[in-house]
Each structure stands twice: as structure tokens, then as C-alpha cells.
Design a protein around this ligand. Structure first.
Ligand code: HEC
Length: 209
């Protein structure tokens, strides 16, 4: 075998030094590739975008619950301070939905990353489903009650996006939404019941650097 290789090298008159260099290059490449795949397997691996979206959703949900339960509900129960949509004028606490929107605006400042709440029956006009993905995902979560995830291109940039159903977990959700003057004016026929999907929590992970 070695003899045949040497005969071939001689036949094509390849300088032995060049052959040695080529062999060295190939071996180093194999070493680099095998080491990096080993590293990936041992903890340096990349997370799939749907796993990242799920983790971000967990943070969003827990922050919202903590604010609602330990700040808004507690201060209301102790008759200290209430939450109101016009919190600046009323010197009250922002509603959980407003707290959520303000945090999401801050988080997406100067960054293509974004998250937020959307609904086809939105109280805030900015929260309507806009892109192809958002409309398709909203139809899907209203039908199945399950999250919807996919890749999308928005304003020329690629994203992995996920929409999680936001359900009316208590009577407070539906009382406020159904009774809201904007809701009554824009969607008079839509009456939410406890357990209904009111809208969705949207997460957009930018894929381009
Ligand atoms: C006291 C009133 C009130 C309560 C209670 C309330 N919301 Fe809202 N919700 C709002 C307002 C006001 C907005 C618009 C906030 C904004 O973006 O400025 C909103 C926004 C939303 C949105 C985004 C779409 C939209 O309407 O603009 C979703 C989804 C939503 N709420 C779901 C819920 C759920 C689920 C609950 C119960 C866990 C709930 N809300 C409880 C007042 C309320």
C-alpha cells in the first residue's frame, strides 16, 4: 500500500515536502473538527431557538405573575394603592399589561430582539397581529390553545418567532377586557369567558448578526 503511494508520488513527481505539508494540513483539520464537536457535546453546544424562546417565555410569565400577585393584588388587599390604566394622573400602579408593555419596549430598544402581547381584539391598537406569521400564529393558537413557532422574515431580517396563548385565567381578565370602553366600541360582539384565549405572548429572536 505504502509502496503504491510512493510509486504514485514518484510518477507525478510531487515534491515529498509538499506531500508532507498536505498530510499535515489534512490531519490538523480533522483534529480541529473532532475537538470542536467534542466541546459541543460536553456543554459548549448551541441551544435550539425554540428552547431559548421557551426559557424567555418562562421569565415573562413569572415576572407578570409576581407583579400581579405580590404587588398589585397585595397593595389592593391592604388598601394601600390600586392599579389603574391612567396610573400617572391617578397616582396609582400601572396595570400588569402596561408594566409588561413598558418592559418589552425597554428590552427591545436599539435591538432587533422583541417581545410583546398581541390580540385581534386588542385594547391597544399597536397590539394587533401585523405580519403574515403573527396572523397565522394567532389563528393557530385560537384554534388549538397551543404555542405556535416558526421562522419568519420581517423588514428584511430573519427571525425565529413564537406565539404563546394568553388565557383568561381569572374573572379579573375578562371583566376588565369585556367592560373596557375601547373593547365595547370596537368589538361589541366579542364577549370573553374565563379560560378563553384573549391573545398571545409573542417572542421574536433575531437570527442575523
Ligand atoms: C384592569 C384591566 C385589565 C386586566 C385585569 C387585564 N387586562 Fe389585559 N390589558 C388591559 C389593557 C389596558 C391593555 C392594553 C395595554 C397596553 O398595551 O397599553 C391590555 C392588554 C392585553 C393584551 C394585549 C392585547 C391588547 O388588548 O392590547 C392581552 C393579550 C391581555 N391584555 C390579556 C390579559 C389577561 C390574560 C389578563 C388576566 C390574566 C388581563 N389581560 C387582565 C387591561 C387589563
Amino acid at each position: 500500500m505504502i509502496h503504491t503511494i510512493i510509486t504514485h508520488i514518484r510518477r507525478f513527481k510531487l515534491p515529498l515536502r509538499l506531500v508532507a505539508l498536505m498530510l499535515l494540513a489534512v490531519t490538523s483539520w480533522f483534529l480541529v473538527v473532532s475537538c470542536s464537536s467534542l466541546q459541543a457535546g460536553q456543554g459548549g453546544g448551541n441551544l435550539a431557538p425554540d428552547v431559548i424562546a421557551d426559557y424567555i417565555y418562562r421569565i415573562i410569565k413569572s415576572e407578570r405573575t409576581v407583579y400581579g400577585k405580590y404587588v398589585v393584588q397585595r397593595l389592593k388587599d391592604e388598601n394601600v394603592l390600586r392599579a389603574s390604566e391612567h396610573w400617572q394622573q391617578d397616582k396609582s400602579l400601572p396595570l400588569p399589561a402596561q408594566m409588561f408593555r413598558m418592559s418589552s419596549e425597554l428590552a427591545s430598544e436599539n435591538s432587533p430582539f422583541s417581545y410583546g402581547a398581541i390580540s385581534p381584539w386588542s385594547l391597544n391598537q399597536n397590539n394587533q397581529p401585523k405580519t403574515e406569521f403573527e396572523k397565522k400564529a394567532m389563528d393557530s393558537i385560537l384554534l388549538t390553545g397551543l404555542p405556535f413557532k416558526d421562522y419568519q422574515t420581517k423588514d428584511g431580517k430573519r427571525y425565529y418567532s413564537a406565539l404563546y396563548p394568553d388565557k383568561a385565567i381569572s374573572a379579573a381578565c375578562i371583566d376588565c377586557h369585556n367592560q373596557h370602553p375601547v373593547h365595547k366600541q370596537r368589538y361589541p360582539d366579542k364577549v370573553f369567558k374565563v379560560g378563553d384565549v384573549i391573545g398571545g405572548i409573542l417572542i421574536n429572536l433575531p437570527l442575523d448578526q
